[in-house]
Design a protein around this ligand. Structure first.
Ligand code: G6P
Length: 607
């Protein structure tokens, strides 16, 4: 998955293309490139690695031109190098692409047999050559593009410019998001509204199968049937300014520290503080009669869904299934009539989560999404959206999006439980009270940062780390292991504490730190037994618990962190913070690229 941008401007467009690419770099940073028209010819600059390499290249070798396209890449087909970097071009056409052309090998073989010479290993290059082939046959640019699009299978958002055509850009969408932005005598395309925020306040989102012909005067759109359609223009509320690091060394640390604030912001929109009740926006869903809830999500958002399963089942007494979206979409799950599907996604663009949404829609489910980017595709395709108010999350490793997702899911738990008559009024007030106190308790947890930083020294020296937890602490163990892996590159595994004896216990020795997450709740004694099993085998335990847990069992562990005492209901939200900080400080010691870890991307818009 990648980020694409295109501009028909009045003067040199390279500066604006770079600014837009900077905002899209979260989608991938394996290479970046730009193509413009000069003297009727297509000219390109491309560089392996991060956008900063392209910027340096353009400083040495500038690129004029009032029309151009740009790309930031997350490699799928072909290693990350300059030859495979987009835009891909012939002498007639240049193309940027986000997605995967699944039948590229067949098309490539046909093009090569017809005498076309392809330089890269990418799937995208066939698009440039296929359009060129139709241009060579005498078709006009729009006709040639339409003919080429008909042959493409897979997912794509494409931006295309043509040699000699200063006032023409074609954009097409199938399966990957694409926005068109309107300016004053200028037009823009971008993978999302965020990319276009400094350039345009008025945005049109292309729909599946749309092909847009763009000139400086505006856009005409044809749908998948080739019929002219009008897509609505929306004003985007996104800020033109990219948030800075506000004095923090990394976005990730800033975002960890923002959690008291953004959890508070998220709660404020759902909690009536004086009445101590939760009020969600009017939702077209009857929670009382929902026979089953199905949750699908990817990565960290999936772990939020796993925690919600425990909450919804235990507190709201509703049957819940939760799955990783990439597995869910091909399982052909049988779903009950009138069921509710919940999709959780920070970006709202994750391809597998979107596909899961569409499967649920086909199965007649009501669709509720929990999303951080309200303009996103998943939000737009849902029956109802519960927004997280995390604000832009720039660090690739998700932190504040996770805890605000949990905050929303916790409020939803209470509303569900009330609607289903599963909770006593008194217990409901206790849970609401616990939520209201949450921002302050999260701030207290941040006071343990120095101590966690010291413990990170031990983790940084390890080759493997285990995270153990039971109940809602189990998904936190999974999340802790994921965070550590993705930013410090240390192998880590999250395990259900009770399952450890069925395998991972073989890994235990004094070189494998074991992080046990166990607040004082009904399961703590059980987890404690598993902790003893580790200690008996020479394992070193870092015990993440609360004050009561530390008082009772803290002496047994090598290190104990006593977090504030809260209702066990909200404990997972609190316990998410130390595992984030442990991963962060370990990565600092390992001197990795924390905000943009190798091989990863923030938003994964391919399967
Ligand atoms: C990527 C990111 C993760 C994120 C996952 C799901 O893998 O690196 O941090 O949890 O995608 O993304 P979403 O935007 O759907 O929450």
């Amino acid at each position: 998955m990648c980020g694409i941008v295109g501009i028909i401007g009045k003067e040199g467009v390279v500066g604006h293309l770079l600014e837009a690419l900077r905002r899209l770099e979260y989608r991938g940073y394996d290479s970046a490139g730009i193509a413009t028209l000069n003297d009727n010819r297509i000219e390109r600059r491309r560089a392996e690695g991060k956008l900063s390499n392209l910027v340096k290249l353009l400083e040495k070798d500038p690129l004029p031109g009032s029309i151009g396209i740009g790309h930031t890449r997350w490699a799928t087909h072909g290693v990350p190098n300059e030859v495979n970097a987009h835009p891909h071009a012939t002498d007639k056409v240049a193309v940027v692409h986000n997605g995967i052309i699944e039948n590229f090998q067949v098309l490539r073989d046909e093009l090569v047999a017809a005498g076309y010479k392809l330089a890269s290993e990418t799937d995208t290059e066939v698009v440039a050559h296929l359009i060129t082939k139709f241009l060579d046959d005498g078709l006009l640019p729009e006709e040639a593009t339409t003919a080429a699009l008909k042959q493409l299978e897979g997912a794509f958002a494409l931006g295309i410019i043509f040699a000699g055509e200063y006032d023409l850009m074609i954009a097409a969408r199938q399966g990957s998001p694409l926005a068109v932005g309107f300016g004053d005598g200028e037009m823009f395309i971008g993978s999302d509204a965020m990319a276009l925020a400094p350039l345009s306040e008025n945005i049109t989102y292309l729909e599946e199968g749309d092909c847009a012909v763009i000139t400086s005067a505006g856009v005409t759109v044809k749908d998948v049937e080739g019929q002219y359609v009008v897509r609505s223009v929306q004003e985007t509320a996104l800020s033109g300014a990219l948030t800075g690091k506000a004095g923090y060394k990394h976005f990730m640390l800033k975002e960890i520290y923002e959690q008291p604030q953004v959890i508070g912001d998220t709660l404020h929109s759902f909690v009536n503080l004086s009445e101590k009740t939760i009020t969600l926006p009017e939702l077209p869903i009857d929670f009382n009669t929902v026979p089953k809830i199905t949750i699908a999500a990817c990565g960290t958002a999936y772990y939020a869904g796993l925690i919600a399963k425990y909450w919804f089942e235990k507190i709201a007494r509703v049957s819940v299934e939760v799955d990783i979206a990439s597995e869910f979409r091909y399982r052909e799950l049988v779903m009950p009539k009138g069921g509710l599907a919940i999709l959780i996604s920070q970006s709202g663009e994750t391809a597998d989560t979107l596909a899961a949404l569409r499967y649920c829609r086909e199965q007649g489910q009501k669709i509720l999404s929990i999303i951080n980017v309200p303009e996103s595709t998943i939000a737009r395709e849902s029956d109802a959206v519960l927004p997280t108010y995390a604000g832009p999350e720039i660090g690739v490793a998700s932190t504040k999006a996770f805890t605000t997702q949990l905050t929303v899911l916790a409020t939803l738990t209470i509303v569900l439980a009330r609607a289903r008559g599963a909770i006593e009024v008194e217990r409901e007030s206790e849970l609401v009270e616990a939520l209201i106190e949450l921002p302050a308790r999260v701030a207290d947890v941040l006071n343990h940062d120095e101590r966690l930083k010291e413990l990170a020294v031990e983790l940084a020296a390890a080759q493997d780390v285990l995270f153990l937890g039971r109940g809602t602490s189990y998904p936190i163990a999974l999340e802790g292991a994921l965070k550590l892996k993705e930013i410090s590159y240390i192998h880590a595994e999250g395990y259900a504490a009770g399952e450890m004896k069925h395998g991972p216990i073989a890994l235990i020795d004094d070189g494998v730190p074991v992080i046990v997450i166990a607040p004082f709740d009904s399961l703590m004694e059980k987890t404690f037994s598993n902790m003893q099993e580790v200690i008996a085998r020479g394992g070193r335990v870092i015990f993440l618990t609360d004050e009561e847990g530390a008082r009772r069992l803290g002496n047994y562990a090598t290190h104990t962190i006593a977090l504030p005492q809260v209702d066990p209901f909200v404990a997972p939200i609190l316990h998410a913070i130390p595992v984030q900080l442990l991963a962060y400080h370990t990565a600092v010691i390992k001197n990795t690229d924390i905000d943009q870890p190798r091989n990863l991307a923030k938003s994964v818009t391919v399967e």
